[in-house]
Write a protein that binds this ligand. Structure first.
Ligand SMILES: NC(=O)c1ccc[n+]([C@@H]2O[C@H](COP(=O)([O-])OP(=O)(O)OC[C@H]3O[C@@H](n4cnc5c(N)ncnc54)[C@H](O)[C@@H]3O)[C@@H](O)[C@H]2O)c1
Length: 373
C-alpha cells in the first residue's frame, strides 16, 4: 500500500504530480538539485492551491493540510529513504535518468515502486538501471497535471501485476483515469496524434489544402478542439518535432518529420512561444493563402483515418485495448470521439476502402492493419 510518494524533479510536471498527490492525502517529498529549483516548484504548488481556494474548491483548512503533507528537499537519499513509490520527472534524457534511477534504487526501501514520467524513453531500458525491474513502471501524466484527467501506465516487459495494480490505485486516488499501454514508442496518445499531424502537413505540402482549410475542417466538421496546425503552434513545434523524431527513430521512415516542420524548428519558429510557427502571431501576421477548395469532409477523413489505422496497429500488436485507446485519446488529446468510436462513425467498410486507396497511391506506410482482416 502506498502512503508516501517521493517526486524527483520540481519542474512543471514534478510540481503538478506532487500537488495532486498531497491534495489526495499522500505524504510527499519533492526533490530537485538546487534550493532555488525546489522553491520554484513549491511556488507553482502554492499558485495551484491559491487557484483552488479562489475557485472555492479548496478550503483554507484543506490547503493547510495539503501543504503540511509536502516536504521539499535537495537531498535525494533523504527524499526516497522511506518512500513506497518514487515518481521521477527530471529532464528527458536517457543517460541522466538512468544515473538517477541507479541512485534511487540504492537509497529507496526494497518494497518501493519506481516510476518514470518519461514521454518518450523506453521503460525497459530505464529499468535496467535498477535491480528491481518488476517494480519499475511508466506513469505518464499530462500537462497541466492538476487539470488533465489521463494517466497512461506504461508497462515494461518485467513489470509485475502487483506493481501495475498498486500504481493504478495511486492514479485513481489522485483523481486520474488510468489506461494501460505496453512499453512502445509514443505509448498511446503520442503514437496516434502523430499520424494526424503528419497527414495534415503532407496534405499542405502537396498543395491539396491550405493550413486554414485543414484547421477549419477539423474543428467545424471533425469537432476537434483545435486544428492540427494551431494545435502544433500551441504545444510547441520543437516538442512536436521531438515526439515525431522519436517515432521516426524507433519505428521507421513512415514517421519521418516533413521538411515544413523541420525547417520551421531549425529556424527557431516553434509556435506561439516564439510568435511564429505554422502561423504568425502578433505584429507581422501573414495573409492566409488563397483556398484550394478542398472538401472539408474529405480533409477530416484524410487526417483521421490514418490515425484510426495507427490505433488498430496498437491493438494488433497487443500494446493497448480498444477501450483504453478510446479513453486515452478523449482525455489526453481532447478528441470528441475515440478512434474506435470514429471507426464505427465512418463505417468499417468505408475505412477499409480508404486505407486500400491510400496504400495503392502512397505505399506501405498505409498497409492494411490485421484488425481489418
Ligand atoms: N512538459 C510536459 O508537457 C510533459 C508531459 C508529460 C511528460 N513530461 C516528461 O516529464 C519530465 C519532466 O518534464 P518537465 O516539463 O517537468 O521538465 P522541467 O524542465 O520543467 O523540470 C525538470 C526538473 O528536473 C530537475 N532535475 C534535473 N535533474 C535532476 C536531478 N538529478 N535530481 C533532481 N531534479 C533534477 C530540474 O532542475 C527541473 O526542475 C520529462 O521526462 C518530460 O518528458 C513532460
Amino acid at each position: 500500500m502506498v502512503n508516501k510518494i517521493a517526486v524527483i524533479g520540481a519542474g512543471l510536471m514534478g510540481a503538478g504530480i506532487a500537488y495532486v498527490s498531497a491534495w489526495n492525502g499522500f505524504n510527499v517529498s519533492i526533490v530537485d538539485t538546487k534550493q532555488e529549483f525546489v522553491d520554484k516548484g513549491m511556488e507553482r504548488i502554492r499558485t495551484d492551491v491559491m487557484t483552488g481556494i479562489d475557485k472555492g474548491k479548496i478550503s483554507m483548512g484543506d490547503a493547510e493540510g495539503l501543504m503540511s503533507r509536502l516536504k521539499p528537499t535537495v537531498n535525494l537519499e533523504d527524499a526516497v529513504k522511506d518512500a513506497d513509490l518514487v515518481i521521477e520527472a527530471i529532464f528527458e534524457n536517457m543517460d541522466v535518468k538512468k544515473e538517477i534511477f541507479a541512485k534511487i534504487d540504492a537509497a529507496a526501501p526494497s518494497h518501493a515502486i519506481l516510476a518514470t514520467n518519461t514521454s518518450s524513453l523506453s521503460i525497459d531500458e530505464l529499468a535496467t538501471a535498477t535491480k528491481r525491474p518488476d517494480k519499475f513502471i511508466g506513469m505518464h501524466y499530462f500537462s497541466p497535471v492538476p487539470a488533465m484527467k489521463l494517466l497512461e501506465l506504461v508497462i515494461g516487459e518485467k513489470t509485475s501485476d502487483e506493481t501495475i495494480a498498486a500504481v493504478e490505485t495511486v492514479g485513481k486516488t489522485q483523481g486520474k483515469t488510468t489506461v494501460r499501454a505496453k512499453n512502445s514508442p509514443g505509448f498511446i496518445v503520442n503514437r496516434i496524434l502523430n499520424p494526424a499531424l503528419l497527414e495534415a502537413i503532407r496534405m499542405y505540402e502537396r498543395g491539396e489544402a491550405t493550413k486554414e482549410e485543414i484547421d477549419t475542417a477539423m474543428v467545424s466538421i471533425g469537432k476537434a478542439p483545435a486544428g492540427p496546425f494551431s494545435l502544433g503552434d500551441f504545444v510547441g513545434l520543437d516538442i512536436a518535432f521531438n515526439a515525431m523524431s522519436t517515432l521516426y527513430r524507433e519505428i521507421g521512415d513512415c514517421f519521418k518529420p516533413p521538411d515544413t516542420l523541420k525547417n520551421l524548428v531549425d529556424a527557431g519558429h516553434i509556435g506561439m512561444k516564439s510568435k511564429k510557427g505554422f502561423y504568425s502571431y502578433g505584429a507581422d501576421e501573414t495573409e492566409p493563402e488563397p483556398p484550394k477548395g478542398a472538401d472539408p469532409q474529405w480533409i477530416v477523413e484524410r487526417i483521421n483515418i490514418p490515425a484510426i489505422r495507427e490505433a488498430m496497429i496498437l491493438v494488433d500488436d497487443n500494446i493497448a485495448n480498444e477501450e483504453d485507446i478510446n479513453m486515452a485519446m478523449k482525455l489526453g488529446a481532447s478528441w470528441p470521439m475515440g478512434p474506435f468510436e470514429m471507426l464505427k462513425h465512418f463505417g468499417v467498410d468505408k475505412v477499409r476502402d480508404f486505407i486500400k486507396k491510400l496504400q495503392e497511391e502512397f505505399g506501405d506506410c498505409y498497409s492494411m492493419p490485421k484488425y481489418l482482416g
